[in-house]
Every structure is written in structure tokens, then in C-alpha cells.
Design a protein around this ligand. Structure first.
Ligand SMILES: Cc1ncc(COP(=O)(O)O)c(C=O)c1O
Length: 320
């Protein structure tokens, strides 16, 4: 944006706020509230939903995060998300100043005061402000930032049609980095970019040994030719809370004859190509069938019974 007159003008507090409000994006206007441990409270004016420039989350990506869904004011898979946040934080030696219970209470309180009945909680645990170096000790201490936004899943029509998947060209994270849900998400950003550029809904990665990993923000699982529901080994992928829950509930689909068994094993590209069904699983999408891979139909080009049943199970689970 070009300011009229001088490019560099000092803004008074009032003028600065006026500029912030004038230039806020339409998407940001939909944010419901933001909490910051630096303030010890929350704001509902989206132009005030900011974090300091010298926070290590901003200039080094030195922070971990979670995206958690709430439905009818109930937070879904809260324990699993907080557990994963703790694991991410431990791996980067980021002290949890708050107990898991304190964080859970905070999130539930924020959901209770929110105008939204259902939505997404984005929770960030940051190294905190102080200095502009890589030195993690150069900070006033960890901070929590929480923002509540509407959740925008794909349309119901999309669930009936299924989505398209391509092969990613982006180098995949090693085991260590894939287990940390950090604000250093550049490989994921590039995977999303390539999918948009190529006109597919998502791309899926393969590691150096050719084993299937995941998509930019969802896990990928298959039903193989023998009818087994298979997920990749929990090695070079993030341990998706939705995938783990879906696999627990999938036991009931064996009895119903929808699947033969449940497996965790290395998956190659050929497994994907030959699969009866391929599915995308994650917090925002729940479970969606993949109906094409690299332009070739999967499972006849329509969502299969396992994808539909698992999506129903997850949606039912969210209501209780
Ligand atoms: C890289 C990656 N894989 C998988 C997932 C799915 O995880 P979840 O089901 O917990 O949303 C996410 C989303 O958080 C992700 O960022």
C-alpha cells in the first residue's frame, strides 16, 4: 500500500489504529477472538489481534501450534491435541509454562465466551518476545496465543465427489522434523502451493526411500486390494489426531464387512495407484475420499464405502 505524501510518516496511536482497521483483510474480519498471555485477556476487534514483531515465532518460526475443532461449544480431541503440543514443545526444548489442564481450561473458557457455536481454535506456544537473534534464551519467556475463527471445510458436494491428489515434488521432512508441529511449515506451504498451481486439491509426499508420507496438512490412508485399511508407519508423518481416532473407530467396520483388517505399514506409490480406496484425514476435512491420483481414477472415480463410513463415524463422534 502506498501512503499519500511521504512514504515515511510517524503515525500517532490513533492514526496507527485507524490505518490498521482500514486495511484489515476481509478474512481477518471473521476472526472471533484472540487471547494473548502477554495481555492476560482477549480481544474481539480483529485489528487488535497481533503479536510482537520481536517474538521468536515471527522472525524465526520458533513456536509450536495446534489447530483444534470445536462443535456446539465442545472441543474435539482436546486431550490428543494438547498431548501433541507437549511433544512438539519438548522436542524443541520449549518449556510449557502452563500445565495441560490450565491450557485446556483456558481453551474451554475462550470457546464458552466466543460468539461461534462451532469453529477452529488455533493455539500457538511461542518462544516469546525479546531480541532478534536465533538464540532461544534471548526471550522474556514462552507465550501462548490463541485465536478462534470459523471453520471452513470443503462443501458437502465435494464429499460426494471426492478430491484429487498429485505426487509432490517437495523434499519431505525427516522423522525428527515431521513429528514437530512447528511454525516452520515451509515444506507444507510449498506442497500446498504446488497443488494450487497444478490444479489438484492436494499433493502427497514420498520420502527418500520412496515411502508415502502425507499431504500438506492431512494424513493419507488407503484400503488395499485385500480390503485392509492401511496407514503409513508413524515415522515420517505427523501423528494426526483425526487419523488415530478414525483408526480406533474403524474396528467396528471390520465386523460390518466394510474392511478386512487394519494395518500400519510402509506404503509405496504402487499401493496408492492400486488401492481400492484412498482417503484424506484431518481436523478440517474429517475424512474425504480421494477419487483421482495423478489424473488417474481411484476406485472407479467415486468415494468408496470405507471413506463414507469413516467420515460418518468421525462426524458422529464429534457430537458426543
Ligand atoms: C502435516 C500434517 N499432517 C497431518 C495433519 C492432520 O492432523 P490432525 O488430524 O490432528 O489435524 C496435520 C494437521 O494438523 C498436519 O499439519
Amino acid at each position: 500500500m502506498v501512503l499519500k505524501g511521504s512514504f515515511v510518516q510517524e503515525l500517532s496511536r490513533e492514526k496507527w489504529f485507524e490505518q490498521l482497521q482500514k486495511n484489515i483483510s476481509p478474512q481477518s474480519k471473521k476472526f472471533d477472538l484472540m487471547y494473548s498471555s502477554l495481555w492476560g485477556g482477549y480481544v474481539t476487534d480483529s485489528s487488535m489481534m497481533v503479536i510482537p514483531m520481536d517474538d521468536h515465532q515471527v522472525h524465526r518460526g520458533d513456536a509450536v501450534f495446534e489447530a483444534i475443532k470445536f462443535i456446539n461449544k465442545k472441543i474435539y480431541l482436546l486431550d490428543a491435541h494438547i498431548e501433541r503440543l507437549k511433544i512438539s514443545a519438548e522436542k524443541i526444548y520449549l518449556p510449557m509454562k502452563w500445565s495441560s489442564q490450565e491450557i485446556k481450561n483456558l481453551l474451554q473458557e475462550l470457546v464458552n465466551v466466543s460468539k461461534l457455536q462451532s469453529g477452529l481454535i488455533r493455539l500457538f506456544l511461542s518462544r516469546g518476545p525479546g531480541g532478534f537473534t536465533t538464540n532461544p534464551y534471548d526471550s522474556v519467556g514462552p507465550q501462548l496465543y490463541v485465536i478462534l475463527t470459523p471453520v471452513t471445510p470443503p462443501s458437502e458436494q465435494k464429499y460426494k465427489e471426492g478430491c484429487s491428489l498429485g505426487r509432490s515434488q517437495i523434499e519431505q521432512k525427516s522423522e525428527f522434523w515431521s513429528q514437530i508441529k512447528s511454525c516452520n511449515y515451509l515444506p507444507n506451504v510449498l506442497m500446498k502451493k504446488e497443488s494450487v498451481d497444478r490444479g489438484v486439491d492436494l499433493t502427497v509426499g514420498f520420502d527418500a526411500q520412496g515411502f508415502m508420507t502425507e499431504s500438506s496438512t492431512e494424513n493419507i490412508v488407503i484400503v488395499d486390494r485385500k480390503g485392509n485399511l492401511c496407514r503409513p508407519l508413524l515415522r515420517n508423518i505427523l501423528k494426526g489426531t483425526t487419523m488415530l481416532r478414525a483408526f480406533q473407530m474403524a474396528e467396528s467396520l471390520i465386523a460390518k464387512g466394510v474392511i478386512a483388517a487394519i494395518q500400519e505399514r510402509d506404503l509405496h506409490e504402487s499401493d496408492l495407484i492400486l488401492a481400492k480406496e484412498v482417503m484424506v484425514i484431518g481436523t478440517t476435512w474429517d475424512v474425504m475420499a480421494v477419487t483421482s491420483y495423478q489424473g488417474q481414477k481411484i476406485g472407479g472415480g467415486l468415494p468408496g464405502p470405507c471413506a463414507l463410513a469413516l467420515n460418518d463415524l468421525i462426524r458422529q463422534d464429534q457430537l458426543f
